[in-house]
Structures are given as structure tokens and as C-alpha cells.
Design a protein around this ligand. Structure first.
Ligand code: GDP
Ligand code: MG
Length: 166
């Protein structure tokens, strides 16, 4: 089995860090600076007869329309339509207009998993549920998975959700 897994979200939510953590190698550059990922980066992991083809994308740019931003955004939209499953990444406790704009791009006919990254930053776990439900109401997500890419928390869980669509 094999399948394409698109990783999308606004800049800086941890898309590249998550891809590296899932694959277990540093294939995509990560940084505190936005616009670090400028191309589609592909990483393949083979596990139990399954090939996971992860595609890390640039953060969707909502601020200005210049040539670089248009190129970055085109990369995001073309990746989405060619995926078997989409990982839509947000940061735990944070949801703004830039996150909403990425939701607006999600195709209706491709399964999409809501991934709440940086969950290590949330001290009071009781606030996670209402936050997740608020975001989940905005799109027909096939699953909601809180993770921490840096601590490698709940990645097995995410992988078994992904497997369902390959
Ligand atoms: P991208 O722009 O979405 O690809 O984001 P990056 O992967 O480059 O990460 C942006 C910043 O968030 C970096 O400073 C990462 O170290 C940090 N980061 C990524 N994942 C996590 C996480 O799970 N927890 C915390 N606390 N920080 C994270
Ligand atoms: Mg990146």
C-alpha cells in the first residue's frame, strides 16, 4: 500500500517539524522564522508494507500578494487536490483568520485530519476539548489528533489514523 499525505497549515504551526518527526529524519528545514519552507518537500517512510509519502508544504500566505507568496500558495493548493489524506495543522489554543483561510482551501472530497500540534504548551488539558470542538465545527474532519512534534507525543496515534486512508 502507499499514499500521499499532504501537510498544510498557516506558517509556523510546526508542519516541517511534524513531518521530520513522523519520518524520523531531518528532511525538511524547520525554523522560528516564517517562510522557511518554500517548496514542496517529499519524505517517504516504508513501514509494515505501507509507503507513507509525506508532502510538506509552505505555510499559506495571507498577508500580501507578491510573486513569492503567490508561488507558495499555488504549491499548497495543487498539493491538496493530489493527496489521499490531508493533515491540517493548527497550534494548540490558537486559531485565527490565517488558520481559517487554510480551512477554506480544503477540498470536500479528500479526507482531512485535524492535527493540534504543540500540545506540550498547554498546561491545563481541560481547555483542549472545547478548543478542538470549536475548530472541528468548521469542517468535516475525519479525526482530531492532538500531538507534539517536538516531544513526539501521540505520533503513533496519528499514524494509525493516516493508515485508514492509504
Ligand atoms: P512550519 O512553518 O509550520 O513548517 O513550522 P516549523 O516546523 O518550521 O516550526 C516552527 C516553530 O515551532 C519552530 O521553532 C519549532 O521548533 C516549533 N515547534 C514545532 N512543533 C512544536 C511542538 O510540538 N511544540 C513546541 N513547543 N514547538 C514546536
Ligand atoms: Mg515549514
Amino acid at each position: 500500500r502507499c499514499g500521499y499525505i499532504a501537510i498544510v497549515g498557516r506558517p509556523n504551526v510546526g508542519k516541517s517539524t511534524l513531518m521530520n518527526a513522523l519520518i524520523g529524519a531531518k528532511v525538511s528545514i524547520t525554523s522560528r522564522k516564517a517562510q522557511t519552507t518554500r517548496h514542496r518537500i517529499t519524505g517517504i517512510q516504508t513501514k509494515d508494507n505501507t509507503q507513507f509519502v509525506y508532502i510538506d508544504t509552505p505555510g499559506f500566505q495571507t498577508r500580501h500578494s507578491n510573486a513569492l507568496n503567490r508561488t507558495l500558495n499555488r504549491t499548497v493548493t495543487t498539493t491538496l487536490t493530489a493527496a489521499d489524506v490531508i493533515l491540517y495543522i493548527i497550534e494548540a489554543g490558537t486559531f485565527g483568520p490565517a488558520d481559517q483561510q487554510v480551512i477554506n482551501l480544503l477540498p470536500k472530497d479528500v479526507p482531512c485530519i485535524l492535527v493540534i500540534n504543540k500540545s506540550d504548551r498547554v498546561k491545563d488539558k481541560a481547555v483542549m476539548m472545547p478548543f478542538a470542538q470549536k475548530v472541528a465545527a468548521l469542517h468535516n474532519f475525519s479525526a482530531i489528533v492532538p500531538v507534539s512534534a517536538t516531544l513526539r507525543f501521540q505520533l503513533e496515534n496519528l499514524e494509525s489514523e493516516i493508515r485508514k486512508y492509504l
